[in-house]
Structures are given as C-alpha cells and as structure tokens.
Design a protein around this ligand. Structure first.
Ligand code: ADP
Length: 198
C-alpha cells in the first residue's frame, strides 16, 4: 500500500512524514529523489550540461539550479525538454525505493509537494493532503527558511490552489492546530493504513 502525501509549501508534509515514520512507516521524499537524479555523475546531468553548456554547471561540477530555473522559466519548451529527461528517471527511482520499503514496512509514504501537479499520484493507492490556511503556510515558511514573502507567494502561486488540492484528497490532516492534534490524526490514519481499512 502506497500513500501519497502532499500539501503546499510549509503545510507540514515533513512533520507529518516524520510522525508516520515514528510509528513504523517507511517514506520516500520526491524532492530528494529529484535532486539525486541530477547529481554529478548522473546521465541526466550530463544531458543537461550538453544542452545548456557551462552556464548551468557550478565550479564544483554540481547543477546550477538558479541558472537552469531561469532558462526554463524564460522558455517553456526547454521545461518540456528538461522534464522529458528528469521525470522518467525520478519515476524509476521512486518506484524502486517504494518497492524496497514496501517489503519491510506495513505501508509506505511518497511525500511530494507536487504529487498531483507532476502526475506522481498515478504511483500511489491513496492520497493524503496536509492542510493549513495559506496565511499559516506563509508564516511557517518565513519562520523556517531564509526567504522573502514575495518568494513564498511566488511558490504558492505555482502550486495547486488549496481547494483543488483538497478536492483531490482521499484523506486530509488538519495541521493548523498544535502538534498534538496532528499526531492524533496521524495515529488514527496509521491504524487504518495498517489494516488497509480505507
Ligand atoms: P513542509 O514539509 O510541508 O514544507 P514542514 O513540515 O517543514 O512543512 O513544516 C513547516 C514549518 O512549520 C516547520 O518549521 C515545522 O516545524 C512547522 N510546523 C509544522 N507543523 C506545525 C504545527 N502543527 N504547529 C506549528 N508549527 C508547525
């Protein structure tokens, strides 16, 4: 059983995934895997370097994410190309990790901020949305990261609106209150997922 966990920036996905992890669930973070496939030595990084040249590679051989982001922001066709290179590799690696964890956990979580937007929901049996109001997302992200309010608002605008995300959820955790309340909801879902009573 694979549960896709999603929610906007600062909603509490990592917090919720850790709480499930403490109860024995295995989890994979799609953002980590997305970074792994463009690490030095990976074929995807070689393909990106060949297409865009030195400008997208840092001196230490890692990907210059800011430069690449600018290129695909300016030209949507380059984004389509980039995704054709990275998405199949991300998918393949996610599936391998989920399969490995499935063998040793009662159920596994795929934690992905863009679960619906990227089509990764096709890889899961159920979806769980971690939900907080937008003002709370903004406040928590500003408290956690060294970013400006404008940067957080730009990320919020690029993600699925809250009501659309909620409409697509099988399960929802309300993370707008204290952590105790969140842990209670995680425990209740853990019982259901363990018993596959969904
Ligand atoms: P995401 O992974 O969705 O970006 P995080 O789990 O990192 O979100 O949570 C964002 C920030 O909010 C973190 O600093 C986290 O400690 C804090 N946080 C998460 N849940 C709560 C909560 N219920 N109450 C207060 N702060 C919270």
């Amino acid at each position: 059983m694979i549960i896709g966990v999603t929610g906007g920036i600062g909603s509490g996905k990592s917090t919720v995934a850790r709480a499930f992890g403490e109860l024995g669930a295995g989890w994979v973070d799609a953002d980590d895997v997305a970074r792994e496939v463009v690490a030095p030595g990976e074929p995807a990084l070689a393909a990106i370097a060949e297409r865009f040249g030195e400008q997208v590679i840092n001196e230490d051989g890692t990907l210059n994410r800011a430069a690449l982001r600018q290129i695909v922001f300016d030209d949507p066709s380059q984004r389509v190309w980039l995704e054709s290179i990275t998405h199949p590799r991300i998918r393949e690696r996610l599936l391998a990790q989920l399969e490995r964890l499935n063998a040793i956990s009662p159920y596994v979580l795929l934690v992905s901020p863009l679960l619906f937007e990227s089509g990764q929901d096709a890889l899961v049996n159920r979806t769980l949305v971690v939900d907080v109001p937008e003002n709370e997302q903004l406040a928590r992200t500003l408290a956690r990261d060294k970013v400006s309010e404008a940067q957080v608002r730009a990320i919020l605008a690029a993600q699925l609106p809250r009501n659309e995300r909620l409409a697509r959820a099988d399960d929802v955790i309300d993370n707008s209150h204290g952590l105790d309340y969140t842990h209670q909801q995680v425990s209740a879902l853990d019982q259901r997922y363990r018993n596959s009573r969904c």
